[in-house]
Design a binder for this molecule. Structure first.
Ligand SMILES: NC(=O)c1ccc[n+]([C@@H]2O[C@H](COP(=O)([O-])OP(=O)(O)OC[C@H]3O[C@@H](n4cnc5c(N)ncnc54)[C@H](OP(=O)(O)O)[C@@H]3O)[C@@H](O)[C@H]2O)c1
Length: 357
């Protein structure tokens, strides 16, 4: 099969013919049709992000494809089924605290690294071997739409946060980092789920205006000035803010996240999904009495539960969540290094760069 290989960090990807992966029990081989290229792939492949990804490796973080072969313990999958290849691989020997590796991309801690030694190669290849539970059926699609369905890679993460929040129709949500890739997807999914109002917080006025144009009056933009102010966020809407989802990246000071977290109403819920503090800096340091007296719930969320992918697909299938919002740029696997640069130059909300096989 043809695959794009990262031989070492700092080198371009090289497209070569390599042996097809062999199937084992509990696994599925998928013919990959479309695999998304994230905007920061350039920094991962250069080594700048110092990702835990042993080389040589076939990278690639999930995608859309068709089942080529399923193991003997698969009871629902059929050859030819269209599936979302979920890169979130969980260890199966601890249901309470599974280790996680993002296949073809990264891993968390020692257990994740161990998992990654086997579930290592990703989707920048004509075939990929994935755990059976990671082949999630999406129903029939036209092959020409496979790249657009790669938007699932972003939408599932946004939805994972909303499920973690137990977000309900009729509620008001504040999204911090709403002008970013995952923040904007969160805005879209929350509105599709029946949000009464989404307070979209960001600095980029053009993107905030674009969100308002796309989503109408239920979208309330709040432009961050020098000072991130809790009061300004609360004043943006007459509704109390029921829930807050933060998607700020690592370089942002914790004060910006804190201002948003503290905009939530008493008895409200907060989910943290960004990277604040990962490069050091001030701690989030929320006031203990404020959390206690107001019965606030705060939790973190990495990725999503596999079963939530299916309900997200339901929102798409009934027309509540519109994949047409995404602008798609396709590059055949032979042009994968162009895809890497394109994804970097065209980062931003509702933009997808996809490698096709
Ligand atoms: N938990 C998970 O499962 C999960 C999964 C994937 C990614 N992530 C994390 O999510 C985070 C966001 O990723 P992304 O791709 O959405 O990033 P992105 O597209 O670069 O968006 C960044 C957002 O942060 C805002 N921002 C940047 N600097 C700021 C500052 N100094 N003050 C206030 N706002 C600032 C940006 O606002 P403007 O554009 O308006 O300036 C934008 O809204 C990353 O840390 C990523 O690692 C988490």
């Amino acid at each position: 099969m043809k695959a794009a290989i990262l031989k070492k960090f700092g080198a371009p990807l090289i497209v070569e013919h390599v042996p097809m992966p062999a199937i084992g029990t509990g696994e599925v081989i998928v013919d990959v049709v479309a695999a998304p290229m994230v905007s920061y792939a350039r920094d991962v492949f250069s080594g700048a992000r110092n990702y835990p990804l042993p080389t040589p490796v076939i990278p690639g973080l999930g995608g859309i494809g068709r089942v080529r072969e399923a193991g003997p313990d698969a009871t629902h999958l059929n050859i030819g089924d269209w599936v979302f290849c979920d890169p979130t691989v969980r260890s199966r020997d601890d249901a309470l605290m599974p280790d996680i590796a993002l296949q073809g991309w990264s891993a968390r801690g020692k257990g994740g690294a161990k998992l990654q030694t086997y579930h290592r190669d990703g989707t920048f290849a004509e075939q990929v071997r994935i755990p059976t539970e990671c082949a999630i059926p999406i129903g029939h699609i036209d092959a020409s739409n496979a790249s657009r369905w790669s938007a699932l890679s972003v939408l599932t993460i946004a939805y994972g946060g909303l499920v973690a929040l137990d977000f309900r129709p009729g509620e008001t949500l504040l999204v911090n980092g709403a002008t970013g890739n995952f923040g904007s997807a969160t805005v879209q999914v929350a509105l599709a789920m029946g949000a009464r109002c989404v307070v979209a917080v960001g600095r980029n006025e053009t993107v905030l205006e674009d969100l308002r144009r796309r989503f109408g009056e239920r979208l309330v933009p709040v432009r961050l000035s020098e000072d991130a102010s809790t009061a300004a966020m609360q004043a943006a809407t007459q509704n109390p803010i029921d829930a807050v989802l933060d998607f700020l990246p690592p370089h942002v000071p914790a004060t910006v996240a804190r201002a948003a977290v503290m905009s939530v109403r008493p008895y409200g819920r907060v989910v943290l999904m960004g990277g604040v503090g990962m490069l050091g800096g001030e701690d989030l340091a929320l006031p203990y009495p404020w959390i206690m007296r107001n019965n606030i719930t705060i939790r973190g969320q990495w990725m999503y539960e596999a079963k939530s992918v299916t309900t997200l697909i339901g929102l798409i299938r009934v027309g509540l969540l519109d994949l047409e919002q995404f602008e798609v740029a396709e590059f055949g696997i032979d042009r994968i290094n162009e895809a890497v640069s394109h994804a970097f130059r065209h980062a931003g909300p509702f933009r997808l760069t996809v490698t096709t096989m």
